[in-house]
Design a protein around this ligand. Structure first.
Ligand SMILES: Cc1cc2nc3c(=O)[nH]c(=O)nc-3n(C[C@H](O)[C@H](O)[C@H](O)COP(=O)(O)OP(=O)(O)OC[C@H]3O[C@@H](n4cnc5c(N)ncnc54)[C@H](O)[C@@H]3O)c2cc1C
Length: 484
């Protein structure tokens, strides 16, 4: 493995804005595309495993990520429910990775044949300036993006649920609907405000619906004219089961729990239209709903299409069990590795079918990936000692609100209620890749146990200038959310 130009003494490394970093000759440049679960965890393990070489300047790790933090998605539903402070569900990359370079930018193209990538880094208001990033070792981990569909009205009225901003926005939106239903004298508007539709019953849809239903049920205690029975929660799923990422038994059990709570789960059903905030489903039903959350699955990051890496039919990087990208000859493509949602890594527990896109695989793959890269740095891409990805059998759990969850134990047992909830929380606490965040989340949970639920809506946070602008006689833009 070579780094820089051996004839040229010091060779320029990644540049950010006007600042130039210079890399010593023979420094091995590791570029990690994406600072999410897989990317950040890979960087963390490499930082620990290669500490001495990093210090001596023999290795340099650059993490390129558009956000300055990792978002721990499994906690977003609890952020929406107000059980966790939004800042505690993210891990700041620069603080967690002091020995790595963190570039807040989006990679736009990768040309592995010439070992170069390009990223767009720009200060707000400035035109994006492409930055060339030469590398020796590439780790591809840009994850996946929400899979949208050309459904009428979806772009105008649909809400996503994959970022901290969306989780906080959805919480405020749901609480505002309760205020609206309580204030209006229009029965159709009231019904529409109290109808919450979630499309897609994966982790995101089930978790968000269950937590918000629980929160809203609690919140209506404070309203004299809204009762829990007035709330209508609809979960729409195109396939014949929920939680495709989990075991069928846990999914069936979760379905039973949701239906027991009065959630209207429609399997084998699709959303046909949301035009005018009227939801039309493929089973022929039509009803007004001011809340439509779109969580209908994910597809691999579109970045992968702008690379010369080998992709499978779904657009994921084809990987060997060692997490190396597969070359045209079926052998490892030297210097290219992938992990997480964007990688098609054979799962030995599923007869070699690619691993499901979940955080457990992303973290476990990252750990192995870092170890294999360290081995390959010494022995080359076909080095003996590269290990195959052999995950322990997945242990699944899903939170269904405060003190409610379903979980599988390592021994194959099934838990529900409080015990499952504690187990679920303990697992996520252990997986959170930051001791600081683990303590903060634990404190949030402990405080939540001492005091009653927090159900205040801070929707004004989304328009912080509106009061000030009103002082100048300007009316704030009501947005598509405002009642007609
Ligand atoms: C709401 C929600 C709830 C979930 N709940 C669970 C759960 O309970 N249990 C579970 O196991 N899994 C859960 N998942 C799935 C889990 O979060 C993902 O499988 C996991 O995050 C995948 O890790 P990753 O590193 O591949 O992707 P991510 O963690 O998404 O990280 C990818 C990163 O790459 C960055 N990126 C994207 N494009 C570029 C680019 N062009 N250049 C540079 N960087 C880029 C992104 O900004 C992102 O930070 C949930 C997902 C969601 C959305």
């Amino acid at each position: 493995m070579t780094g820089g130009d051996p004839r040229a003494g010091d060779a320029p490394g990644p540049t950010a804005g006007t600042k130039r970093h210079y890399v010593r000759r023979c420094t091995i440049r590791i570029l990690i595309a994406g600072g999410g679960c897989a990317g950040m965890a890979t960087a963390l393990h490499l930082q620990r495993g290669l500490r001495e070489r990093l210090r001596r300047g023999e290795v340099e790790i650059t993490v390129v990520e558009p956000q300055a933090y990792l978002t721990y998605h499994p906690l977003l539903a609890e952020v929406a429910a107000g059980s966790i402070d939004p800042r505690h569900a993210v891990v700041p990359l620069r603080r967690a990775l002091p020995d790595c370079r963190v570039l807040t930018a989006r990679i736009t193209r990768i040309e592995h044949a010439s070992r170069r990538a390009w990223a767009d880094a720009a200060a707000p208001g400035e035109p994006a300036a492409p930055v060339e990033l030469p590398y020796d070792v590439l780790v591809v981990a840009p994850g996946s993006v929400s899979r949208t569909a050309p459904v009428p009205g979806l772009a105008e009225y649909g809400l996503g649920f994959s970022t901290v901003g969306e989780a906080v926005g959805l919480r405020n939106h749901v609480l505002e609907q309760l205020d609206l239903a309580s204030a209006t004298r229009d029965p159709a508007l009231r019904q529409s405000a109290l109808t919450f539709v979630f499309v897609g019953a994966g982790y995101a849809g089930v978790g968000a619906l269950a937590e918000l239903e629980d929160m809203a049920r609690y919140a209506v205690r404070g309203y004299h004219n809204v009762a829990p029975e007035d709330l209508r929660w609809v979960l729409v799923e195109a396939t014949d089961r929920i939680l495709a990422e989990e075991s069928p038994e846990l999914a069936a059990h979760t379905l039973g729990q949701l239906r027991e709570r009065g959630v209207d789960v429609r399997l084998g059903t699709t959303l046909e239209s949301a035009a005018g905030q009227v939801v039309a489903l493929s089973d022929g039903s039509r009803f007004g709903a001011r809340t439509l959350v779109w969580t209908a699955g994910v597809r691999p990051s579109p970045l992968l299409r702008d690379t010369d890496l080998p992709l499978d039919t779904l657009g994921r990087v084809r990987c060997l069990p060692t997490l190396q990208a597969v070359g045209p000859d079926g052998r490892a493509l030297p210097g290219a590795w992938a992990a997480g949602d964007c990688a098609a890594v054979p799962d030995p527990h599923a007869d070699g079918a690619p691993c499901a896109p979940n955080a457990q695989h992303a973290f476990a793959q990252a750990e192995l990936l870092a170890r294999n890269i360290a081995v390959a740095l010494d022995g080359g891409p076909h080095a003996a000692g590269l290990a195959d990805y052999r995950p322990v059998q997945a242990v699944c759990s899903t939170s269904l609100g405060l003190r409610r969850a379903v979980a599988h134990t390592r021994r194959g047992g099934r838990l529900t209620g409080r015990r499952a909830w504690w187990l679920h929380r303990a697992r996520h606490l252990r997986r959170l890749p930051s001791a600081d965040r683990r303590v903060r989340v634990l404190m949030d949970w402990l405080l939540g146990g001492l005091f009653s639920r927090e159900v205040v809506s801070l929707g004004t946070l989304e328009h912080p200038r509106s009061e000030f602008e009103a002082g100048f006689g300007r009316r704030p833009d009501p947005g598509p959310d405002a009642p007609a």
